[in-house]
Write a protein that binds this ligand. Structure first.
Ligand code: F3S
Length: 280
């Protein structure tokens, strides 16, 4: 069997940075100092288990921690978490993706200058919740164009967008918002990593007989890759988390197989799967 890996797959820059930062901290951490992760570091069960084995506990609320270090994951957190860490004299290991940090800074600065902040994105997503926490949770969060109609007219508007939104959705909603305000500043803060992964999965699915998509079953960016590949190879797209999930017997009928992976999939899982496929 011939196996081709998509040009862009697996860890994005921000996730890679979060993992490296965490493992570096673990290596240098003095043994008595406990490390906590505020939410699972990435959407990958295997990595979270490995971190747990090294003593990193996942917590949902910083108020539950009285000493040690707390990791902020790539999605970022509201400003109040930094204040809580200061107040409680906790060490914050800040692995916020620089692209997310940039949005937080834009929002904080414009909010201080009197702009109404609009975040185009999913209100439940931790990245959006985090960004909103840099303007006193006063942002208007818009996910669908329809929602813009219900808004009153606004004097000064600052528009940002969740890093993983689709560009067409952003443009549609931003255009509708622009009609609602006298003064608008608009920042396209979509990160190219998601788009690159989706485009290269689509290109590869067109060239091969079957596609393997690697990533957490609950990871939304992985599910999006699965649906893109499914559209092209409806009966020959397989979503797996690890090498043991590969349907080996079924795969024997294919000569050329493509592999892609979600942004939270570590390289060692991808390598193991490619190796197993090559042996079929
Ligand atoms: Fe950062 Fe983009 Fe990844 S915003 S966390 S590099 S998807």
């Amino acid at each position: 069997m011939k196996v081709i890996l998509a040009d862009y797959s697996g860890f994005c820059f921000g996730v890679e940075k979060a993992i490296v930062t965490t493992f570096e901290e673990l290596d240098k951490e003095d043994k008595n100092q406990k490390i906590f992760s505020l939410g699972p570091l990435i959407h990958n069960v295997q990595v979270v288990k490995e971190l747990e084995a090294r003593g990193v506990d996942v917590i949902e609320d910083i108020e539950l921690v009285s000493e040690g270090s707390v990791i902020v994951r790539s999605h970022g957190v509201p400003k109040k978490i930094y204040e809580a860490a200061d107040r409680k004299a906790l060490t914050l290991i800040d692995a916020t993706c620089p692209f997310v940090k940039r949005i937080q800074t834009i929002v904080e600065d414009h909010y201080k200058e009197g702009y109404t902040i609009v975040i185009i994105g999913n209100p439940q997503h931790p990245e959006v919740v985090g960004i909103n926490g840099w303007c006193d949770n006063k942002a208007l969060i818009i996910q669908e164009e329809e929602e813009v109609k219900k808004l009153p007219n606004i004097e000064k508007l600052c528009i940002v967008v969740q890093t993983t939104m689709s560009i067409s959705q952003f443009e549609k909603i931003a255009a509708a918002l622009e009609k609602k305000a006298k003064e608008v500043v608009k920042f396209n803060t979509i990160c190219s990593a998601t788009k690159q992964r989706q485009k290269s999965a689509k290109d590869l699915a067109q060239k091969v007989d079957a596609m393997i998509v690697i990533g957490g079953y609950h990871s939304s960016n992985t599910q999006k890759l699965v649906s893109i590949c499914n559209d092209i190879r409806p009966t020959a797209t397989f979503h797996v988390e690890t090498a043991k999930d590969l349907p080996v017997e079924e795969l024997k009928q294919y000569d050329l197989v493509g592999v892609t992976a979600g942004a939270s999939t570590p390289k060692w899982i991808i390598t193991e799967i490619i190796q197993k496929l090559r042996n079929i």
